[in-house]
Design a protein around this ligand. Sequence first.
Ligand code: MEV
Length: 446
Amino acid sequence: MQEKTVSGFSKLSKVGKVRWVVETFFKDPENVSRELMSFWHEDEEQQRILDGFSENTISNYYLPYGVAPNFLVNGKLYTVPMVIEESSVVAAASSAAKFWLARGGFHAKVIATKKLGQVHFSWKGDSAKLFEHFDELEKRLRQDATHITINMENRGGGVLDIELLDMTHLEPDYYQLKVSFETCDSMGANFINSVLEEFGSTLEIFVQEHPAFKGEEKNLDVIMAILSNYTPECIVRAWVECPIEALGSGCDEMTPDAFAEKFAKAVRIAHIDPHRATTHNKGIFNGVDAVVLATANDFRAVEACGHTYAARDGQYRSLSSCSIENGQFRFWLDLPLALGTIGGLTRLHPIARRSLELLGDPGAEELMMVIAATGLAQNFAALRSLVTTGIQKGHMKMHLLNILNHLEASEREVAEAIEHFRDKVVSFTAVREFLKLFRAKKGSLA
Ligand code: MEV
Protein backbone atom coordinates (compact mmCIF):
# COMPACT_ATOMS: atom_id res chain seq x y z
CA MET A 1 0.00 0.00 0.00
CA GLN A 2 2.67 2.45 1.19
CA GLU A 3 4.77 2.18 -1.97
CA LYS A 4 1.66 2.95 -4.03
CA THR A 5 1.18 6.41 -2.55
CA VAL A 6 3.01 9.41 -3.89
CA SER A 7 3.35 13.07 -3.04
CA GLY A 8 4.24 15.81 -5.48
CA PHE A 9 2.98 13.70 -8.40
CA SER A 10 1.44 16.67 -10.20
CA LYS A 11 4.82 18.41 -10.17
CA LEU A 12 6.60 15.57 -11.97
CA SER A 13 7.30 15.95 -15.67
CA LYS A 14 5.01 13.99 -17.99
CA VAL A 15 7.70 11.37 -18.52
CA GLY A 16 8.20 11.28 -14.74
CA LYS A 17 4.49 10.64 -14.24
CA VAL A 18 4.51 7.82 -16.79
CA ARG A 19 7.56 6.32 -15.10
CA TRP A 20 6.00 6.39 -11.63
CA VAL A 21 2.76 4.81 -12.88
CA VAL A 22 4.39 2.03 -14.90
CA GLU A 23 7.02 1.19 -12.32
CA THR A 24 4.47 1.16 -9.50
CA PHE A 25 1.62 -0.75 -11.12
CA PHE A 26 2.87 -2.83 -14.05
CA LYS A 27 4.90 -6.00 -14.40
CA ASP A 28 6.44 -4.90 -17.71
CA PRO A 29 7.07 -1.16 -17.21
CA GLU A 30 9.17 -0.74 -20.35
CA ASN A 31 6.44 -2.07 -22.65
CA VAL A 32 3.63 -0.23 -20.93
CA SER A 33 5.52 3.02 -20.96
CA ARG A 34 6.26 2.61 -24.67
CA GLU A 35 2.61 1.84 -25.32
CA LEU A 36 1.30 4.81 -23.31
CA MET A 37 3.73 7.13 -25.05
CA SER A 38 2.91 5.75 -28.48
CA PHE A 39 -0.49 7.42 -28.09
CA TRP A 40 1.03 10.84 -27.50
CA HIS A 41 0.22 13.18 -30.37
CA GLU A 42 3.16 13.51 -32.73
CA ASP A 43 2.44 17.22 -33.07
CA GLU A 44 3.63 18.76 -29.79
CA GLU A 45 1.31 21.73 -30.08
CA GLN A 46 -1.75 19.46 -30.42
CA GLN A 47 -0.56 17.44 -27.45
CA ARG A 48 -0.13 20.62 -25.42
CA ILE A 49 -3.75 21.56 -26.20
CA LEU A 50 -5.03 18.13 -25.11
CA ASP A 51 -2.95 18.15 -21.93
CA GLY A 52 -4.42 21.55 -21.14
CA PHE A 53 -7.92 20.07 -20.78
CA SER A 54 -7.09 18.02 -17.71
CA GLU A 55 -4.47 17.26 -15.09
CA ASN A 56 -1.86 14.57 -14.50
CA THR A 57 -2.14 13.41 -18.11
CA ILE A 58 0.08 10.51 -19.11
CA SER A 59 -1.42 9.53 -22.46
CA ASN A 60 -4.45 10.02 -24.73
CA TYR A 61 -7.43 7.69 -24.73
CA TYR A 62 -8.68 7.15 -28.26
CA LEU A 63 -12.30 6.56 -29.24
CA PRO A 64 -13.62 6.03 -32.76
CA TYR A 65 -14.92 9.12 -34.53
CA GLY A 66 -17.61 8.17 -37.07
CA VAL A 67 -20.19 10.01 -39.12
CA ALA A 68 -23.84 9.27 -39.88
CA PRO A 69 -24.86 10.84 -43.19
CA ASN A 70 -28.31 11.61 -44.61
CA PHE A 71 -29.81 13.24 -41.53
CA LEU A 72 -32.56 15.51 -42.77
CA VAL A 73 -33.59 17.80 -39.91
CA ASN A 74 -36.12 20.55 -40.59
CA GLY A 75 -35.36 20.28 -44.29
CA LYS A 76 -31.57 20.66 -43.88
CA LEU A 77 -29.19 17.78 -44.54
CA TYR A 78 -26.55 16.97 -41.97
CA THR A 79 -23.75 14.46 -41.72
CA VAL A 80 -23.65 13.91 -37.99
CA PRO A 81 -20.32 13.33 -36.20
CA MET A 82 -20.44 10.62 -33.53
CA VAL A 83 -17.85 9.55 -30.98
CA ILE A 84 -18.75 6.13 -29.58
CA GLU A 85 -17.03 2.90 -28.68
CA GLU A 86 -20.06 0.65 -29.17
CA SER A 87 -20.41 -1.20 -32.46
CA SER A 88 -23.63 -0.86 -34.47
CA VAL A 89 -24.60 2.55 -33.05
CA VAL A 90 -23.37 4.64 -35.99
CA ALA A 91 -24.71 2.05 -38.44
CA ALA A 92 -28.11 2.16 -36.71
CA ALA A 93 -28.22 5.97 -36.74
CA SER A 94 -27.29 6.01 -40.42
CA SER A 95 -29.91 3.45 -41.31
CA ALA A 96 -32.66 5.31 -39.40
CA ALA A 97 -31.55 8.59 -41.00
CA LYS A 98 -31.87 7.05 -44.44
CA PHE A 99 -35.23 5.49 -43.59
CA TRP A 100 -36.67 8.87 -42.53
CA LEU A 101 -34.93 10.75 -45.35
CA ALA A 102 -37.44 9.11 -47.66
CA ARG A 103 -40.33 10.06 -45.36
CA GLY A 104 -39.83 13.77 -44.79
CA GLY A 105 -36.90 13.54 -42.41
CA PHE A 106 -36.79 14.63 -38.78
CA HIS A 107 -38.61 17.64 -37.44
CA ALA A 108 -37.42 19.49 -34.39
CA LYS A 109 -38.19 22.56 -32.38
CA VAL A 110 -36.58 24.15 -29.37
CA ILE A 111 -39.29 24.67 -26.78
CA ALA A 112 -37.29 26.76 -24.29
CA THR A 113 -33.65 27.59 -23.46
CA LYS A 114 -33.76 28.55 -19.79
CA LYS A 115 -30.85 27.42 -17.59
CA LEU A 116 -30.93 27.33 -13.80
CA GLY A 117 -28.74 27.92 -10.80
CA GLN A 118 -29.17 28.10 -7.05
CA VAL A 119 -27.70 29.85 -4.03
CA HIS A 120 -28.43 27.65 -1.03
CA PHE A 121 -28.18 29.48 2.28
CA SER A 122 -28.90 29.24 5.99
CA TRP A 123 -30.56 32.09 7.79
CA LYS A 124 -32.13 32.32 11.23
CA GLY A 125 -34.73 35.04 11.19
CA ASP A 126 -38.22 36.09 10.39
CA SER A 127 -38.75 34.83 6.87
CA ALA A 128 -41.52 37.39 6.22
CA LYS A 129 -38.91 40.12 6.66
CA LEU A 130 -36.65 38.58 4.03
CA PHE A 131 -39.52 38.44 1.55
CA GLU A 132 -40.56 41.99 2.46
CA HIS A 133 -37.14 43.28 1.39
CA PHE A 134 -36.74 40.97 -1.57
CA ASP A 135 -37.37 43.60 -4.27
CA GLU A 136 -34.61 45.72 -2.82
CA LEU A 137 -32.34 42.67 -2.54
CA GLU A 138 -33.03 41.65 -6.12
CA LYS A 139 -32.06 45.11 -7.41
CA ARG A 140 -28.83 44.92 -5.44
CA LEU A 141 -28.07 41.37 -6.66
CA ARG A 142 -28.44 42.43 -10.29
CA GLN A 143 -26.46 45.62 -9.76
CA ASP A 144 -23.51 43.95 -8.01
CA ALA A 145 -23.26 41.29 -10.74
CA THR A 146 -23.34 43.73 -13.67
CA HIS A 147 -19.61 43.42 -14.27
CA ILE A 148 -20.17 39.70 -14.93
CA THR A 149 -23.50 39.91 -16.77
CA ILE A 150 -22.84 42.86 -19.08
CA ASN A 151 -21.21 40.90 -21.93
CA MET A 152 -23.88 38.20 -21.85
CA GLU A 153 -26.56 40.91 -21.86
CA ASN A 154 -24.96 42.42 -24.94
CA ARG A 155 -25.27 39.01 -26.62
CA GLY A 156 -28.98 38.88 -25.74
CA GLY A 157 -28.73 36.76 -22.58
CA GLY A 158 -28.20 37.26 -18.86
CA VAL A 159 -30.10 36.73 -15.64
CA LEU A 160 -33.82 36.16 -16.20
CA ASP A 161 -35.70 35.57 -12.91
CA ILE A 162 -34.52 35.50 -9.34
CA GLU A 163 -36.81 33.72 -6.92
CA LEU A 164 -36.50 33.48 -3.15
CA LEU A 165 -37.65 30.14 -1.75
CA ASP A 166 -38.35 29.35 1.88
CA MET A 167 -37.30 25.72 2.36
CA THR A 168 -37.46 25.70 6.17
CA HIS A 169 -40.27 23.12 6.14
CA LEU A 170 -37.72 20.64 4.72
CA GLU A 171 -34.55 21.69 6.53
CA PRO A 172 -34.16 24.14 9.43
CA ASP A 173 -33.07 27.67 8.40
CA TYR A 174 -32.72 26.64 4.75
CA TYR A 175 -33.51 29.15 2.00
CA GLN A 176 -32.67 29.26 -1.64
CA LEU A 177 -32.28 31.76 -4.42
CA LYS A 178 -33.44 30.04 -7.60
CA VAL A 179 -32.10 31.89 -10.59
CA SER A 180 -32.84 31.39 -14.26
CA PHE A 181 -30.51 32.40 -17.06
CA GLU A 182 -30.31 32.74 -20.81
CA THR A 183 -26.80 31.90 -21.96
CA CYS A 184 -27.28 32.09 -25.76
CA ASP A 185 -24.82 29.87 -27.65
CA SER A 186 -22.70 28.96 -24.64
CA MET A 187 -23.52 26.22 -22.18
CA GLY A 188 -22.87 28.94 -19.65
CA ALA A 189 -21.58 26.94 -16.68
CA ASN A 190 -18.79 29.38 -15.83
CA PHE A 191 -21.00 32.39 -16.37
CA ILE A 192 -23.79 30.99 -14.19
CA ASN A 193 -21.45 29.93 -11.39
CA SER A 194 -19.69 33.30 -11.34
CA VAL A 195 -23.00 35.16 -11.13
CA LEU A 196 -24.24 32.85 -8.36
CA GLU A 197 -21.09 33.29 -6.29
CA GLU A 198 -21.43 37.04 -6.65
CA PHE A 199 -25.07 36.75 -5.56
CA GLY A 200 -23.88 34.79 -2.52
CA SER A 201 -21.56 37.62 -1.43
CA THR A 202 -24.25 40.24 -2.03
CA LEU A 203 -26.72 38.25 0.06
CA GLU A 204 -24.36 38.13 3.04
CA ILE A 205 -23.56 41.83 2.79
CA PHE A 206 -27.21 42.80 2.26
CA VAL A 207 -28.42 41.38 5.60
CA GLN A 208 -25.32 42.66 7.41
CA GLU A 209 -25.79 46.24 6.23
CA HIS A 210 -29.57 46.54 6.05
CA PRO A 211 -31.07 48.31 9.09
CA ALA A 212 -34.19 46.08 8.97
CA PHE A 213 -32.17 43.05 10.10
CA LYS A 214 -31.07 42.80 13.71
CA GLY A 215 -28.89 40.52 15.86
CA GLU A 216 -28.75 36.98 14.49
CA GLU A 217 -30.53 38.09 11.32
CA LYS A 218 -27.35 39.79 10.23
CA ASN A 219 -25.63 36.42 9.84
CA LEU A 220 -26.53 34.72 6.61
CA ASP A 221 -24.46 31.68 5.72
CA VAL A 222 -24.13 30.73 2.05
CA ILE A 223 -23.92 26.92 1.94
CA MET A 224 -23.18 26.73 -1.79
CA ALA A 225 -23.74 28.58 -5.04
CA ILE A 226 -23.86 26.37 -8.13
CA LEU A 227 -25.75 25.86 -11.36
CA SER A 228 -28.33 23.11 -11.52
CA ASN A 229 -27.76 20.53 -14.23
CA TYR A 230 -31.47 19.86 -14.17
CA THR A 231 -32.80 22.17 -16.86
CA PRO A 232 -36.32 21.00 -17.72
CA GLU A 233 -36.93 24.35 -19.38
CA CYS A 234 -33.98 24.07 -21.71
CA ILE A 235 -35.70 21.54 -23.89
CA VAL A 236 -36.07 20.40 -27.46
CA ARG A 237 -38.61 18.18 -29.21
CA ALA A 238 -37.70 16.02 -32.22
CA TRP A 239 -40.24 13.95 -34.11
CA VAL A 240 -40.86 11.85 -37.19
CA GLU A 241 -44.20 11.08 -38.74
CA CYS A 242 -45.73 9.46 -41.75
CA PRO A 243 -48.86 7.64 -42.82
CA ILE A 244 -48.71 4.07 -41.51
CA GLU A 245 -48.66 2.55 -44.99
CA ALA A 246 -45.53 4.63 -45.78
CA LEU A 247 -43.64 2.68 -43.09
CA GLY A 248 -43.64 -0.01 -45.78
CA SER A 249 -40.37 -1.79 -46.17
CA GLY A 250 -39.07 -0.62 -42.79
CA CYS A 251 -40.96 -3.38 -41.11
CA ASP A 252 -39.37 -6.69 -42.03
CA GLU A 253 -42.08 -9.21 -42.88
CA MET A 254 -44.82 -7.55 -40.87
CA THR A 255 -47.55 -5.42 -42.37
CA PRO A 256 -47.01 -1.71 -41.74
CA ASP A 257 -50.04 -1.75 -39.42
CA ALA A 258 -48.73 -4.63 -37.34
CA PHE A 259 -45.29 -3.05 -37.19
CA ALA A 260 -46.68 0.34 -36.09
CA GLU A 261 -48.82 -1.27 -33.38
CA LYS A 262 -45.96 -3.40 -32.06
CA PHE A 263 -43.58 -0.45 -32.12
CA ALA A 264 -46.04 1.80 -30.24
CA LYS A 265 -46.59 -0.95 -27.66
CA ALA A 266 -42.84 -1.25 -27.13
CA VAL A 267 -42.73 2.50 -26.42
CA ARG A 268 -45.69 2.23 -24.02
CA ILE A 269 -43.89 -0.57 -22.16
CA ALA A 270 -40.96 1.79 -21.68
CA HIS A 271 -43.39 4.28 -20.15
CA ILE A 272 -44.77 1.68 -17.77
CA ASP A 273 -41.73 -0.31 -16.68
CA PRO A 274 -38.59 1.41 -15.28
CA HIS A 275 -36.37 -1.57 -16.14
CA ARG A 276 -37.30 -1.33 -19.79
CA ALA A 277 -37.33 2.50 -19.64
CA THR A 278 -33.69 2.53 -18.53
CA THR A 279 -32.57 0.40 -21.49
CA HIS A 280 -34.84 2.26 -23.87
CA ASN A 281 -33.39 5.63 -22.77
CA LYS A 282 -29.87 4.17 -22.86
CA GLY A 283 -30.49 3.56 -26.54
CA ILE A 284 -31.50 7.20 -26.97
CA PHE A 285 -28.33 8.32 -25.20
CA ASN A 286 -26.24 6.08 -27.47
CA GLY A 287 -27.02 8.66 -30.13
CA VAL A 288 -27.19 11.76 -27.96
CA ASP A 289 -23.92 11.20 -26.10
CA ALA A 290 -22.04 10.36 -29.29
CA VAL A 291 -22.79 13.79 -30.77
CA VAL A 292 -22.41 15.56 -27.44
CA LEU A 293 -18.92 14.03 -27.19
CA ALA A 294 -18.05 14.78 -30.81
CA THR A 295 -18.83 18.44 -30.17
CA ALA A 296 -16.97 18.46 -26.81
CA ASN A 297 -20.09 19.21 -24.83
CA ASP A 298 -20.63 17.99 -21.27
CA PHE A 299 -22.09 14.48 -21.62
CA ARG A 300 -22.30 13.96 -17.86
CA ALA A 301 -24.51 17.03 -17.53
CA VAL A 302 -26.67 15.94 -20.46
CA GLU A 303 -27.09 12.42 -19.05
CA ALA A 304 -27.82 13.57 -15.48
CA CYS A 305 -30.42 16.03 -16.72
CA GLY A 306 -32.07 13.59 -19.13
CA HIS A 307 -32.49 10.93 -16.47
CA THR A 308 -33.91 13.35 -13.90
CA TYR A 309 -36.34 14.55 -16.55
CA ALA A 310 -37.30 10.95 -17.31
CA ALA A 311 -38.29 10.58 -13.64
CA ARG A 312 -40.04 13.94 -13.35
CA ASP A 313 -43.41 12.50 -12.25
CA GLY A 314 -41.79 10.26 -9.62
CA GLN A 315 -41.26 7.21 -11.82
CA TYR A 316 -38.49 6.71 -14.35
CA ARG A 317 -40.07 6.53 -17.82
CA SER A 318 -39.32 6.58 -21.53
CA LEU A 319 -38.14 9.91 -22.92
CA SER A 320 -39.80 9.14 -26.24
CA SER A 321 -43.46 8.63 -27.09
CA CYS A 322 -45.42 7.20 -29.99
CA SER A 323 -48.93 7.70 -31.27
CA ILE A 324 -51.03 6.19 -34.02
CA GLU A 325 -53.97 8.38 -34.89
CA ASN A 326 -56.06 8.52 -38.04
CA GLY A 327 -53.62 6.31 -39.89
CA GLN A 328 -50.66 8.54 -39.00
CA PHE A 329 -47.58 7.14 -37.20
CA ARG A 330 -45.87 9.71 -34.99
CA PHE A 331 -42.79 9.14 -32.85
CA TRP A 332 -41.21 11.89 -30.77
CA LEU A 333 -38.61 12.67 -28.14
CA ASP A 334 -38.62 15.51 -25.61
CA LEU A 335 -35.13 16.05 -24.31
CA PRO A 336 -33.70 18.69 -22.02
CA LEU A 337 -30.29 19.60 -23.44
CA ALA A 338 -27.97 22.28 -22.08
CA LEU A 339 -25.36 22.71 -24.80
CA GLY A 340 -22.88 25.20 -26.12
CA THR A 341 -21.34 25.86 -29.50
CA ILE A 342 -19.03 28.54 -28.18
CA GLY A 343 -16.97 28.47 -25.01
CA GLY A 344 -15.82 25.46 -23.05
CA LEU A 345 -13.89 22.97 -25.15
CA THR A 346 -16.15 23.30 -28.19
CA ARG A 347 -13.66 25.46 -30.09
CA LEU A 348 -10.51 24.31 -28.30
CA HIS A 349 -10.68 20.60 -29.01
CA PRO A 350 -9.35 20.28 -32.55
CA ILE A 351 -11.80 17.57 -33.62
CA ALA A 352 -14.79 19.14 -31.85
CA ARG A 353 -14.13 22.27 -33.86
CA ARG A 354 -14.25 20.16 -37.03
CA SER A 355 -17.47 18.50 -35.85
CA LEU A 356 -19.12 21.88 -35.59
CA GLU A 357 -17.78 22.84 -38.99
CA LEU A 358 -19.14 19.57 -40.41
CA LEU A 359 -22.56 20.49 -39.00
CA GLY A 360 -22.34 23.92 -40.65
CA ASP A 361 -21.32 25.83 -37.50
CA PRO A 362 -24.69 25.66 -35.76
CA GLY A 363 -25.75 27.78 -32.82
CA ALA A 364 -26.74 26.02 -29.59
CA GLU A 365 -30.41 25.74 -30.60
CA GLU A 366 -29.63 24.14 -33.95
CA LEU A 367 -27.26 21.72 -32.25
CA MET A 368 -30.00 20.82 -29.73
CA MET A 369 -32.26 19.89 -32.64
CA VAL A 370 -29.62 17.81 -34.44
CA ILE A 371 -28.74 15.95 -31.25
CA ALA A 372 -32.37 15.26 -30.36
CA ALA A 373 -32.93 13.95 -33.90
CA THR A 374 -29.91 11.66 -33.52
CA GLY A 375 -31.26 10.34 -30.20
CA LEU A 376 -34.64 9.71 -31.78
CA ALA A 377 -33.04 7.99 -34.79
CA GLN A 378 -31.10 5.71 -32.48
CA ASN A 379 -34.22 4.90 -30.51
CA PHE A 380 -36.18 4.22 -33.71
CA ALA A 381 -33.45 1.92 -35.04
CA ALA A 382 -33.20 -0.03 -31.78
CA LEU A 383 -36.96 -0.49 -31.45
CA ARG A 384 -37.31 -1.42 -35.10
CA SER A 385 -34.77 -4.20 -34.64
CA LEU A 386 -36.20 -5.29 -31.31
CA VAL A 387 -39.78 -5.67 -32.54
CA THR A 388 -38.77 -7.33 -35.81
CA THR A 389 -35.57 -9.36 -36.19
CA GLY A 390 -34.24 -8.88 -32.64
CA ILE A 391 -31.13 -6.93 -31.78
CA GLN A 392 -28.60 -9.75 -31.93
CA LYS A 393 -28.69 -10.24 -35.69
CA GLY A 394 -26.97 -6.93 -36.37
CA HIS A 395 -24.82 -7.08 -33.24
CA MET A 396 -23.57 -10.58 -33.95
CA LYS A 397 -22.04 -9.60 -37.26
CA MET A 398 -20.05 -6.84 -35.54
CA HIS A 399 -19.17 -9.21 -32.72
CA LEU A 400 -17.97 -11.77 -35.27
CA LEU A 401 -15.88 -9.18 -37.09
CA ASN A 402 -14.31 -8.02 -33.81
CA ILE A 403 -13.37 -11.60 -32.91
CA LEU A 404 -11.99 -12.28 -36.40
CA ASN A 405 -9.99 -9.09 -36.19
CA HIS A 406 -8.62 -10.14 -32.81
CA LEU A 407 -7.65 -13.56 -34.25
CA GLU A 408 -5.98 -11.85 -37.21
CA ALA A 409 -8.19 -13.53 -39.80
CA SER A 410 -7.38 -12.94 -43.47
CA GLU A 411 -9.90 -11.43 -45.88
CA ARG A 412 -10.77 -14.88 -47.21
CA GLU A 413 -11.23 -16.25 -43.67
CA VAL A 414 -13.51 -13.32 -42.79
CA ALA A 415 -15.70 -13.99 -45.85
CA GLU A 416 -15.89 -17.74 -45.04
CA ALA A 417 -16.65 -17.04 -41.38
CA ILE A 418 -19.48 -14.62 -42.20
CA GLU A 419 -21.04 -17.27 -44.42
CA HIS A 420 -20.51 -20.03 -41.83
CA PHE A 421 -21.97 -18.04 -38.90
CA ARG A 422 -24.98 -16.70 -40.85
CA ASP A 423 -27.26 -19.14 -38.99
CA LYS A 424 -25.09 -20.01 -35.98
CA VAL A 425 -24.42 -18.47 -32.57
CA VAL A 426 -21.20 -16.45 -32.49
CA SER A 427 -18.86 -16.95 -29.57
CA PHE A 428 -15.11 -16.51 -29.19
CA THR A 429 -14.55 -20.25 -28.83
CA ALA A 430 -16.74 -21.11 -31.81
CA VAL A 431 -14.93 -18.63 -34.05
CA ARG A 432 -11.51 -19.82 -32.88
CA GLU A 433 -12.53 -23.43 -33.57
CA PHE A 434 -13.86 -22.48 -36.99
CA LEU A 435 -10.59 -20.75 -37.90
CA LYS A 436 -8.53 -23.68 -36.59
CA LEU A 437 -10.45 -26.14 -38.73
CA PHE A 438 -10.47 -23.84 -41.75
CA ARG A 439 -6.71 -23.27 -41.51
CA ALA A 440 -6.04 -27.00 -41.00
CA LYS A 441 -8.20 -27.84 -44.02
CA LYS A 442 -6.43 -25.22 -46.12
CA GLY A 443 -3.05 -26.57 -44.94
CA SER A 444 -3.96 -30.16 -45.85
CA LEU A 445 -5.09 -29.04 -49.31
CA ALA A 446 -1.92 -27.06 -49.92
C1 MEV B 1 -27.86 -1.07 -26.81
O1 MEV B 1 -26.73 -0.27 -26.62
C2 MEV B 1 -29.11 -0.23 -26.79
C3 MEV B 1 -30.42 -1.00 -26.83
O2 MEV B 1 -30.45 -1.96 -25.78
C4 MEV B 1 -31.52 -0.02 -26.70
C5 MEV B 1 -32.90 -0.63 -26.52
O3 MEV B 1 -33.01 -1.74 -26.01
O4 MEV B 1 -33.87 0.09 -26.85
C6 MEV B 1 -30.54 -1.79 -28.11
